[in-house]
Design a binder for this molecule. Structure first.
Ligand code: DQA
Length: 142
């Protein structure tokens, strides 16, 4: 089964971006880890990142049309993008929201997710391990 692993703004800078919060693994490292975990679960992961809200929305349309399950780290869009939420609401297959950090334990503005209400479920706070758990959730649902 194919799964789209979509990542929003600033996640391309993993490794150098606030390593105390997000760790020292690069985005390329995350891609490799997702490919490996997915393969172990019998999934085929297509891992992408964009800083562009429109591009992310279009990738979600693609997933909606193809019936593809999605693992999504919406990054800062989590907290305010109704366009992203409306795109997520069109998905038929499972949608797992992931976060590297635990937004509930951080600044007040990170406590709201406009995506959570249209996701199948959310995994947050386990570092890059959040992606492993999200892929495991997908494997159990499809
Ligand atoms: C994040 C948490 C968001 O609040 C933040 O804007 C990000 C990353 C996470 O993975 O912990 O960019 O989604």
């Amino acid at each position: 089964t194919r799964v789209l692993v979509l990542n929003g703004p600033n996640l391309g800078r993993l490794g150098s971006r606030e390593p105390d919060v997000y760790g020292s693994t690069t985005f390329a490292g995350l891609v490799e880890r997702c490919h490996k975990t997915a393969a172990e679960l019998g999934l085929d992961a297509d891992v992408r990142q964009t800083d562009d809200e429109a591009e992310l929305v279009h990738w979600l349309h693609e997933a909606a049309d193809a019936g593809t399950p999605v693992v999504l780290n919406p990054a800062a869009f989590t907290h305010y993008s109704y366009a992203l939420r409306d795109a997520c609401a069109q998905l038929g297959a499972p949608l797992i929201e992931v976060h590297i950090s635990n937004p509930a334990a951080r600044e007040e503005f990170r406590h709201t997710s406009v995506v959570a209400g249209v996701a199948t479920g959310t995994v947050a706070g386990f570092g890059l391990g959040s992606y492993d758990l999200a892929l495991r959730a997908v494997a159990g649902l499809v």
